[in-house]
Design a protein around this ligand. Sequence first.
Ligand code: NAD
Length: 456
Amino acid sequence: MRVCVVGAGYAGLVGAAGLAAAGHAVTCVDADPDRVALIAAGTPPFHEPGLADLLRQQVSRRALRAGTDLAGAVRDAEVTLIAVGTPSLEDGRVDLGQVEAAATRIGAALRDSTEPYPVVVLTSTAPPGTTRTLLTPLLEAASARRDGADLGVATSPEFLAEGSAVAEALHPDRVVLGAAHPRTLDLLAELYRPLLTPPAETLRTDPDTAELTKYAANALLATLVSFSNEIADLAEAAGVDVVEVLRGVRLDRRLSPVVDGVRLEPGVLAYLAAGCGFGGSCLPKDLRALLAGTALPLPVLRGALATNRTRAARLLDQLRAGLGGELAGARVTVLGAAFKPGTDDVRESPALPVIEGLLAAGARVTLHDPVALDAARRALDDAPVHYRADLAEALAGADAAVLVTAWSAYRDLPALLPRTTLLVDGRRLIEPAAVARYRGPGAGAASSPRRNPAPS
Ligand code: NAD
């Protein structure tokens, strides 16, 4: 099929490359000409494992093109996907400005399309009701077409996760399709069919259900993280190690089923782990949007967000305690800027409030990240931070290191960390006994000399 993807960001570009690999003719349109030039040359504009190879292949066989001409690309397409940003407003609700602007321009372009039934799909994350009450009327007005007659309007929320997005785009575990008309759903099922191999499933439903499904999925993951972090607080208070506690919880067959004598560890268990909280461009934003859009009390979900907001401060408390109560003048190396490993995305990364807190307390901050230093520099503006790409250099002379992103390179810390340097392990990546001075969320360390020997 001929496909246009409007918005070539983390979600749109990876999705577009996946559809190109599936045999479709895809044109990516983005408002940023620099981004378009990179994509057209087969170069990813951001870090995502596997994307460079996939992009090079699809661009060189001309299955994937990139441009800035939205009207031309939409006019030639059978299906147009909207993958523009849906950032938070001040009050937590979603800013749908990019969706509105894109929809208006897409609708206008469809006036000149000869397609009898072009389909426009919202893949950006947007609150329930957006497709029905905003997108459909906008498209109908701008295109002079009618949904279900000579236009198909749908939503298919994007579920891919940064760091593993390429594999997920090529082999999605589910496709959720929401549309008011069966003809639209049939066309979209055809679009995704080459990517869906059993046991992957397609959920055909109405747009509101599809939109809420995306929010529900992210709310579950966010809640698991905050649940784990509250258990970490309890573990600390009890002087025990949350890693052991949660390992015991995970050994329940309902969480890690035993099949043919082998215990399976479903991926969701990665969220049943203590750390310094969730960040990124989706979980915090989507949970805020869900809560800002309702008057329902929803104490579990509101609590998940509130608990998450306290994590950076707790990490700083552990650091302060480990350094004898004073951060002013301390040389602190922050390990990791990306909100999770495998990406250079620093949006709402826990590293940002940790760094801001350190600077406010008068610490001297060095930041290391294998891929996200440029993005961190932009996010931190002109903050007085020393940026280091070399790990050993970043650690040299540090009084303390705070591990924020679980990059696999940090597993080597026990060999690299000077004995006198305190490690505050915000991801519980390192065995406490493997370093001389260790603290971390739920490490039970302060009160358990067995696990966290006093600084030598
Ligand atoms: P992003 O900010 O990285 O990318 C958005 C892109 O859209 C930008 O490159 C911008 O230049 C472009 N754009 C905006 N308006 C445009 C217009 N009118 N015409 C052409 N281009 C335009 O955002 P993202 O992280 O890719 O997220 C996009 C959507 O997907 C959001 O709703 C997000 O919640 C959702 N989502 C993101 C992820 C993820 O991992 N990042 C995962 C699932 C869902």
